[in-house]
Design a protein around this ligand. Structure first.
Ligand SMILES: NC(=O)c1ccc[n+]([C@@H]2O[C@H](COP(=O)([O-])OP(=O)(O)OC[C@H]3O[C@@H](n4cnc5c(N)ncnc54)[C@H](OP(=O)(O)O)[C@@H]3O)[C@@H](O)[C@H]2O)c1
Length: 247
């Protein structure tokens, strides 16, 4: 289904990004894997894919906390005059603290990674996406950006900004045949969830119809659908992937 398509995924060495990578590999996409830290095991994993799939996966070293480096990180795309069909803005960081206890520095740090750098990367990759006959972008948002839970001022606001930008981008980029959607997961079993206290987790589970914490592959399934031709009429949407929530 994705053979011949070129995808760019941020933060795909672990968690939800890794599940998206695995899913796209199972459909034989060519993939630029943007990661922050070198990892031999991860490199070997990609080499196996390159040997066995007939497609290719390549590492791009990308630290989203430093906007000045983003352009340098993707220079290989300029060299290859590459086309990008799929961009998944997945990498992100969490923060939980009450409004009164959240410094402006923390807010800026969270927004730098969860919002500004994603916007900057997307702007830089647009020239490559315009070469695709039909491209799509999926931003990984969060239900935290939709419901004003206590303690989510920095993380929730950054995700709300990303999800709003998703709709504006969809509006402006549809003339280039680029669709833009976001997925808003609730609790997903990854390292990020370990940062949350049990009380907050249980409160959210109480509000969840399924009563369960989701798996990273659940989100990868939604992303796969959104990047497929089956979703070609879906644009500018925030798809909640939360097991059903009362709020
Ligand atoms: N897990 C949840 O419950 C949940 C719920 C809703 C939304 N989300 C969203 O889903 C996305 C993936 O989260 P996850 O649960 O998979 O989290 P995770 O397991 O903590 O993984 C986060 C990923 O982001 C990367 N990353 C962090 N800071 C970065 C930076 N400065 N530059 C480049 N990459 C960076 C990490 O790279 P390193 O490995 O190098 O640190 C890692 O690959 C995030 O946007 C998150 O906000 C998660």
């Amino acid at each position: 289904m994705l053979r011949g398509k070129n995808a760019f995924i941020t933060g795909c060495n672990r968690g939800i990004g890794r599940a998206i990578l695995d899913k796209m590999m199972s459909y034989n996409a060519n993939i630029y894997c943007a990661i922050k830290k070198e990892d031999t095991n991860f490199s070997e994993y990609l080499e196996n894919y390159n040997r066995s799939s007939g497609s290719r996966a390549e590492i791009i070293m990308l630290d989203l906390s430093n906007g000045d480096h983003i352009k340098d990180s993707i220079k290989i795309l300029y060299e290859k005059k590459e086309k990008i069909d799929i961009l998944i803005n997945n990498a992100g960081i969490a923060d939980g603290a009450l409004f009164e206890m959240t410094s402006i520095k923390t807010m800026k740090d969270i927004f730098e990674i969860n919002f500004f750098s994603q916007i900057q990367l997307t702007q830089l990759l647009l020239r490559f996406m315009k070469k695709s006959e039909s491209a799509c972008i999926v931003n990984i948002g969060s239900v935290s950006g939709l419901t004003p839970e206590r303690g989510t001022i920095s993380y929730g606001s950054s995700k709300a900004a990303l999800m709003f930008a998703t709709k504006v981008m969809a509006n402006e980029l549809s003339r280039f045949n680029i669709r833009v959607n976001a997925v808003a997961p609730s609790l997903i079993k990854t390292d990020m969830l370990d940062q949350m206290d049990d009380k907050s987790i249980n409160k959210i589970l109480d509000q969840t119809y399924s009563g369960k914490i989701g798996e990273a592959r659940d989100i990868a399934d939604v992303v796969l659908y959104l990047v497929s031709d089956s979703a070609k009429s879906i644009n500018g949407q925030i798809i909640r992937a939360d097991g059903g929530m009362k709020v």
